[in-house]
Design a protein around this ligand. Structure first.
Ligand code: PLP
Ligand code: COI
Length: 366
């Protein structure tokens, strides 16, 4: 079945940010600090479906105090990046995968599913309109944030009958202020991110709200990030703050990258998935497994686990250098970015920035 195309009403901004100001922002964008000139909005109403698709000037929204999202958090989001290519064109990385995950998140939150085509079309339209905001240097990119939330007004607890889908965009350099320097992690025993049957594999605001107190605990312990363990036994590694995790295992001359398997309580990352393929292309073994913190510590001590890194859209690949828990503390390898981490990072980024071929057709050219 083909999805009917939605026509977007185009309302260009009468007051775009001046070129000099934009260039100043692009020189050192950071993460999520500046926003482009436009945004996309598409409404959904019970009985009518998706309608009123618009590209319009970026502007604040007016929200009724009884907006259901403010009270019951029926909201989901995505994150993907547009990269400047060597010929000056722009391409996004695997937008179809984000679109499908957005549909899965919608199902979990009892929200309407946006057609994959409309998700991609909305992202394309925003990037094309605000293409001057796509940075052209280093690993910088334009981070796209599609999201959807309930717009119905009322305090009854039930799925809303009105929603707004939006896409905003923000130029991005590194997610972590210290760049690719290894991060230190705190293994959270007290707090869990998600339990079986919960919302762990959905990209919904509540999961991030739940993480903040544990992230604060990690900071109190002198660590950069929190690592989540499984809710039932508090033994198995799940993921890090806003990123998935990989361990690099060397045994008998074979290098294998191992990542926690998708149990339903962690986010199925698109970077995680892409690395399973890239690693195979580079001749590494791959494995999805349950990994306990004891195994990690023992493998680190006997030299079989040589590197650990985190991966995600915002922060790409970030080495993990030091681990701390209530019971133990250890340095991963020699605490510096390892060769496998560095090689995978370069391989992924060179596909994204168009420096190397794209054998899996992941780049979506605009
Ligand atoms: N885990 C969490 C909790 C995240 O927020 C993210 C970021 O999106 C990831 C993992 C990595 O997912 P992706 O590679 O699709 O960005
Ligand atoms: C991403 O990597 O896109 C994320 O969503 C992580 C974080 C900024 C929430």
């Amino acid at each position: 079945m083909t999805t009917p195309r939605i026509d977007f009403d185009l309302k260009p901004s009468a007051q775009p940010v001046a070129a000099t100001e934009r260039e100043a922002m692009l020189a050192d964008p950071g993460f999520g600090r500046h926003f482009t000139d436009h945004m996309v909005t598409v409404k959904w109403t019970e009985g009518r479906g998706w309608h009123d698709a618009q590209l319009q000037p970026y502007a604040p929204l007016q929200i009724d105090p009884a907006n259901m999202t403010l009270h019951y958090s029926q909201t989901i989001f995505e994150g993907l990046k547009a990269y400047r290519q060597p010929d000056g064109s722009v391409a996004t990385f695997r937008p179809d995968a984000n679109a499908r995950r957005f549909q899965r998140s919608a199902r979990r939150l009892a929200m309407p599913e946006l057609p994959v085509e409309t998700f991609i079309e909305a992202c394309d339209l925003l990037v094309k309109t605000d293409r001057d905001w796509v940075p052209g240097k280093d690993e910088h990119s334009l981070y796209l944030r599609p999201f959807m939330f309930a717009t119905e007004v009322g305090l009854g607890v039930r799925p809303a009958n009105e929603y707004l889908f939006m896409v905003i965009a923000s130029p991005a350099s590194g997610y972590f202020p210290r760049g690719v320097k290894p991060v230190s992690v705190w293994l959270s025993q007290e707090y869990v991110r998600a339990a079986p049957g919960g919302m762990g594999e959905a990209k919904t605001g509540g999961n991030y709200a739940a993480s903040l107190v544990a992230q604060a605990e990690a900071a109190d312990q002198g660590c950069d990030q929190v690592v989540w363990l499984d809710a039932l036994e508090r033994r198995y590694i799940e993921e890090m703050g806003g990123m998935n995790l990989y361990l690099v295992r060397n045994s008998g001359g074979t290098t294998t990258i191992v990542t926690p398997k998708l149990t339903g309580t962690l986010l199925p990352g698109i970077t995680r998935d892409s690395l399973l393929t890239i690693a195979e292309d580079l001749g590494y073994g791959t494995e999805e497994a349950r990994i306990s913190t004891d195994e990690w510590q023992a493998g680190n001590a006997d030299g079989s686990i040589t590197e650990v890194f985190a991966c995600g859209t915002a922060a790409v690949i970030t080495p993990v250098g030091h681990v701390k828990s209530a019971r133990a503390e250890w340095t991963v390898g020699d605490g510096r970015p390892g060769p496998v981490t560095t090689r995978l990072r370069e391989a992924l980024l060179s596909v994204q920035t168009g420096q190397s071929p794209d054998p899996h057709a992941w780049m979506h050219r605009l």
